[in-house]
Write a new protein. Structure first.
Lengths: 401, 354
């Protein structure tokens, strides 16, 4: 351990408070809030920290999510470290801003606690809210518990603010499963955070002493070079992400694979491919099914943007059957199920050994995926393995015999 | 670490505020934060306003430009008319982006991350942004009282997209979204949203004022008063658009005075200390609205009764300002005393030519 850990302490908090704690440790300058469940609890916690004098930041109650993201954009453009967040339709209300923020290369951080989109006003977690913005140039990934959420928020700032990257980050967690379930979280020593996360310094902020123009109108032929730069920034983030995770492990003592969590995959013949909080229940279900002889494992995608195509290909090619647990809507998409199926299959296309792939519509509407459903999906996969083909691509779990 | 106190600027007022545009004031600042070489039309009212505003504000300034003419026609990638920092933002983000800049400087100065005097933060929103799509964002910024100045450069239409009606387009104003025709002879049937008064009424702690490019010193002083006011300020400035109003290019400043002299653009200030309107500004003369209308092609289709309707509207504005109406203006509210625009001697252009 490189730094003194005298003030390190364990607390029992939920994912929302964990994200707020991370923002506090990152000493953010500007916070913009707008209420929508379930992420609101993060902003409630931050409001109290500011009121208590634990954190010196401008706390702005915005008039909408669109304004929230615009305030974040303006503040980041001026050189401030910014924290914001949303859930569900709130994420959609701000949609216009996602491309301008990444296009102007402002490393705004946004906490997402997923919520289904309307209709009809379901509070439960589905990943569609954040996933619908996945191609807007934001670094994006899901945490599966409160500790990982805390860590991913610090990692997000470190990666996004790196001058080689300069991209905004969506740090996502499942609504309720992560955001409202308490677990043990180790809060670090501020010295560790200082060592890991240098102060935010944008190379071209709006500073009257060094005038710059941000976002002028361009001619059609000037657009593609800028888009290419943004695409390169996303690709160039990959080594920076790995470097940041190595430093994180060295300073905080928690080592994560930045791309995939593999669980009991060494001898697995079939595997689930998923994101976020359902990974926790999947681990339990897999142990249960393994005790009854099924050679099943799990690959949990930790970072979806930038997408670790080669890692996903190498990992999933080892299995006979892959079951994608979607937790998102891809109406009329490739599989007519969710959008994660297309991400998995596209990564497998160049593989010499392609597994059969299912799209499982499970955990929809914020329902927990129960053990019985893991068994049902596993049986579908085992049956496909035996027959060497799938009967159909997409299954709505719980709606079929 | 103890918080560092934020130092703010105080800009001096200029003399002779009620003079017309051709009056030379030697106290005018030399600085030009907004330089020539941009792509706005000849005689562009908004860009004349931009120069005056940024001159009044000086070099320790940050400009925010929501989408509109003053974004598209001013900035061209690899070429910029701004000698101070400027950022584009979305058309609906006028107040919110600006609030972000102000909040960032409050925090950064307080926390010792930026050293210097708090900059003048000015948002230049068109009337489409300010009165329609960005209204809520501006209201939010005013309500929260960020230390910034939000300007609505009011050319009474969406000009950048090719002249469409906004909620600031006057009654009778022809745009491509409000064309005249047999079913709608007056073109725009609705009266403009009283934006500045709405901002004053809803955010009485803010400095709110109206101004016109026809009165540059008054305009620049209002910019400075808005900036000196600690907290949020809102200015609505009349800025004629040659392309949309269809008038002879050199007459922009004339229109800026005529619109006030005809009572169609009351010039006033809202004082956040006394919570009162100041209606003491008086143009040098009062005229019937037809003198303003007849110079513009966008009103070329108006019939006598439409002009009478506009005169009634103007008279209400005069009365609101506590001005006693001369007999000629009362007479002009009767269509029998008026002629249609198409037959008016000095009609500058025909509506259909836009």
């Amino acid at each position: 351990m490189a730094t003194a850990t005298a003030t390190k302490r364990k607390v029992r908090i939920n994912g929302c408070v964990s994200a707020a704690q991370a923002a506090k440790y990152a000493d953010v300058d500007v916070i913009t809030a707008y209420p929508i469940r379930p992420y609101t609890a993060t902003m409630m916690a931050l409001a109290q920290m500011v009121a208590n004098g634990e954190l010196d930041a401008e706390y702005i109650v915005a008039d909408s999510e669109h304004s929230q993201l615009s305030i974040a954009h303006g503040a980041a453009s001026s050189g401030a470290r910014v924290f914001t967040g949303s859930s569900g339709v709130g994420v959609q209300f701000a949609y216009e801003l996602y491309s301008p923020i990444s296009g102007s290369r402002m490393p705004v951080q946004m906490m997402i606690a997923d919520r289904t989109l309307d209709p009809p006003g379901d509070f439960g977690s589905e990943h569609t809210d954040a996933l619908s913005t996945r191609d807007m140039g934001w670094l994006m990934g899901w945490s599966c518990d409160a500790q990982e959420a805390f860590d991913n928020h610090l990692l997000g700032y470190r990666i996004g603010e790196d001058p080689r990257v300069l991209l905004p980050q969506m740090v996502c967690q499942d609504g309720f499963f992560v955001s409202h379930i308490t677990s043990d979280v180790e809060l670090p020593d501020t010295g560790q955070v200082k060592e890991f996360l240098p102060p935010y310094k944008h190379p071209y902020p709006l500073d009257p002493r060094h005038p710059v123009s941000h976002g002028p109108q361009i001619m059609p032929e000037q657009g593609p070079p800028l888009q290419l730069e943004r695409a390169r920034a996303m690709e160039g983030a990959m080594p920076v992400i790995e470097e940041a995770h190595d430093d994180f492990a060295r300073i905080f003592g928690r080592k994560y694979d930045p791309w995939l969590e593999e669980f009991m995959t060494d001898d697995a013949e079939i595997a689930f491919f998923l994101q976020g909080g359902h990974g926790v229940t999947a681990r339990y279900a897999i142990q249960h099914m393994r005790a009854r002889g099924a050679k099943v494992g799990m690959v949990r995608l930790k970072t979806i943007r930038p997408y670790p195509t080669d890692r996903v290909m190498e990992s999933l090619s080892r299995f006979k059957v892959v079951g994608v647990i979607e937790t998102n809507m891809g109406l009329g998409s490739v599989s007519s199920g969710g959008s994660l199926y297309a991400e998995a299959c596209a990564a497998l296309y160049e593989s010499q050994k392609r597994p059969l792939v299912f799209s499982f519509m499970a955990g929809m509407g914020g329902e927990a995926i129960v053990l019985k459903e893991f068994y049902w999906m596993t049986n579908k996969m085992l049956d496909a393995q035996k027959r060497g083909k799938i009967e159909k691509r997409t299954h709505w779990v719980g709606f079929e015999e | 670490m103890p918080a560092i106190e934020v130092q703010r600027q105080t800009l001096p007022m200029l003399g002779s505020p009620n003079q017309g545009a051709r009056f030379y004031n030697p106290d005018l600042p030399q600085t030009e934060p907004f330089v020539p070489g941009h792509r706005t039309c000849a005689g562009c009212g908004p860009s004349i306003q931009y120069r005056m505003t940024s001159k009044a504000s000086g070099d320790n300034t940050i400009l925010v430009g929501p989408t509109g003419c003053m974004y598209v026609a001013n900035s061209s990638y690899l070429c910029t008319p701004y000698n101070v920092p400027w950022a584009h933002t979305q058309i609906g983000s006028a107040g919110s982006f600006t609030a972000g800049v102000a909040a960032a400087y409050e925090a950064m100065i307080r926390k010792g991350k930026w050293k210097g005097t708090f900059p003048n933060i000015i948002c230049e929103a068109g009337d489409g942004s300010a009165s329609d799509i960005g209204l809520a964002s501006i209201s939010g910024a005013l309500y929260r009282n960020h230390d910034c100045l939000i300007i609505c450069y009011d050319n009474e239409q969406y000009a950048n997209t090719g002249i469409q009606a906004s909620s600031r387009t006057p009654y009778g104003g022809m745009t491509t979204f409000s064309p005249p025709g047999p079913m709608v002879p007056e073109a725009k049937t609705l009266f403009p949203k009283d934006l500045a008064r709405m901002m004053a009424a809803g955010h009485p702690h803010c400095y709110v004022a109206t101004a016109s490019v026809g009165y540059p010193i008054d305009l620049m002083n209002k910019v400075r008063r808005g900036l000196n006011h600690k907290g949020a300020s809102f200015l609505m400035i009349y800025t004629p658009c040659q392309k949309g109003f269809v008038y002879e290019t050199p007459r922009s400043i004339d229109l800026g005075r005529l619109v006030v002299e005809c009572g169609l653009y009351p010039i006033w200030e809202w004082n956040p200390e006394t919570r009162e309107y100041d209606y003491s500004f008086r143009p040098q003369s009062m005229r019937p609205v037809s003198e303003y209308l007849k110079l513009q092609g966008r009103f070329g289709h108006l019939h006598a009764e439409h002009i009478a309707t506009l005169q009634k509207f103007a008279n209400q504005q005069w009365e609101m300002m506590g001005v006693e109406l001369p007999e000629a203006l009362l007479r002009a509210t009767d269509a029998k005393n008026l002629v249609a625009m198409a037959s008016a001697e000095a009609a500058a252009a025909v509506a259909q030519t836009v």
